[in-house]
Design a protein around this ligand. Structure first.
Ligand SMILES: *[C@@H]1O[C@H](CO)[C@@H](O)[C@H](O)[C@H]1NC(C)=O
Ligand SMILES: *[C@@H]1O[C@H](CO)[C@@H](O)[C@H](O)[C@H]1NC(C)=O
Ligand SMILES: *[C@@H]1O[C@H](CO)[C@@H](O)[C@H](O)[C@H]1NC(C)=O
Length: 318
């Protein structure tokens, strides 16, 4: 009986593997526009798709990012400066893309650019802190997508959004989870509205990976800055032990949780861009599959209990 079940599972995975194997033809005629190619997933994806023969338009925030990519990729790869917070910049790149792709249209846009600071407890932040991150992680994704959507409809192409497991469970304070939940909502409504045009909308929800988003030094420095800015009264609520303990937990947990194999995520992105039958949802990383996603299906009282057990105690605990 068990063998029979095991057989069924094996057959299912084999079937899925075969079904997901075929790739789209004519890669050399397909343009892919990727945001956030300075480092991390975007950088690797640009190189990877370039090697496979796609025509990559890699947008970077920094000049150095552009230079490095140009040096290490084929002459097919184009780079451009993009600041997703600036409407002008987004429009300029969209015009360039339109000019390049011509009648073929744009095969895919990969919304990868994102930031993870400022992140701290909600009561440490101002509305401007929230706005600064939402402008990149959420409004940036929407702006870039809308700016090239007509070109994607023309190619019956794809929109690939990089959200996060934190778009499924909200376990950090501050705007990060808000922005990623927003991306998921945008992904869902866009998918429904684009389906009659033959445009596919795909979403990648990585767990913890070693990128700037999970860089401990960057996170720690930012938290220290936010703490120094707090009124004494709020600092007293938390007590003198709170900040050192926070840093300790960060320094211990983030490296332990973060997977160094960025290719796990990049392979999912590549599949979303190039497979004939892309998967409906990708959750790369064992922590995503085994912990964060199951947590997202838990009743609130159970999830809260588990997360609060981990919380660092404050001085004036009620
Ligand atoms: C990633 O972090 C490094 C070191 O702090 C920084 O130099 C680089 O500009 C960051 N990359 C991006 C894309 O923000
Ligand atoms: C767009 O999506 C909304 C729901 O998100 C739906 O009510 C509406 O019918 C959709 N329009 C098209 C053309 O699919
Ligand atoms: C995003 O859209 C894809 C299909 O286009 C859907 O299968 C997936 O569930 C959506 N992602 C999320 C996280 O809602």
């Amino acid at each position: 009986m068990y063998l029979y079940l095991l057989g069924l599972v094996v057959v299912y995975y084999l079937y899925r593997w075969l079904r997901e194997l075929p790739r789209v033809p004519d890669k050399g005629g397909k343009y892919v526009y990727i945001t956030g190619c300075d480092s991390g997933f975007g950088n690797l994806l640009a190189r990877h798709l370039d090697k496979q023969g796609f025509r990559v338009i890699a947008s970077c925030f920094s000049e150095k990012g552009e230079e490095d990519l140009r040096k290490s990729c084929s002459s097919n790869l184009l780079t451009t400066h993009l600041d997703v917070m600036s409407q002008d910049s987004v429009a300029k790149v969209a015009a360039m893309v339109k000019d390049k792709v011509g009648e073929r249209g744009l095969w895919a846009v990969v919304n990868n650019a994102g930031v993870s600071i400022p992140s701290a407890n909600c009561d440490w932040l101002t509305i401007d802190d929230y706005k600064s991150m939402l402008d990149v992680n959420l409004n940036g994704v929407i702006a870039v997508t809308l700016s090239v959507l007509p070109l994607i409809k023309k190619a019956r192409g794809r929109v690939v959004n990089v959200a996060s497991v934190f778009g499924r469970v909200s376990v950090t304070g501050g705007p990060y989870c808000v922005s990623k939940f927003g991306v998921e909502a945008f992904n869902d409504s866009l998918r429904l509205n684009m389906s009659q045009f033959g445009v596919k909308v795909l979403c990648i929800e990585p767990g913890f990976f070693k990128t700037n988003v999970t860089n401990c030094a960057i996170l720690t420095k930012n938290i220290q800055m936010l703490w120094d800015r707090l009124p004494q009264e709020v600092r007293d609520d938390y007590g003198p032990e709170y900040l050192p303990k926070t840093f300790e937990v960060l320094a211990k947990k983030v490296p332990m949780l973060s997977d160094g194999d960025l290719m796990k995520v990049v392979s999912c992105m590549e599949h979303a861009v190039s497979a004939v039958r892309p998967r409906t949802r990708y959750s790369p990383g064992w922590d995503a599959k085994l912990f964060w996603l199951p947590m997202s299906y838990m009743p609130t009282c159970i999830a809260d209990y588990i997360f609060l057990k981990q919380a660092i105690p404050i001085a004036k605990k009620i």
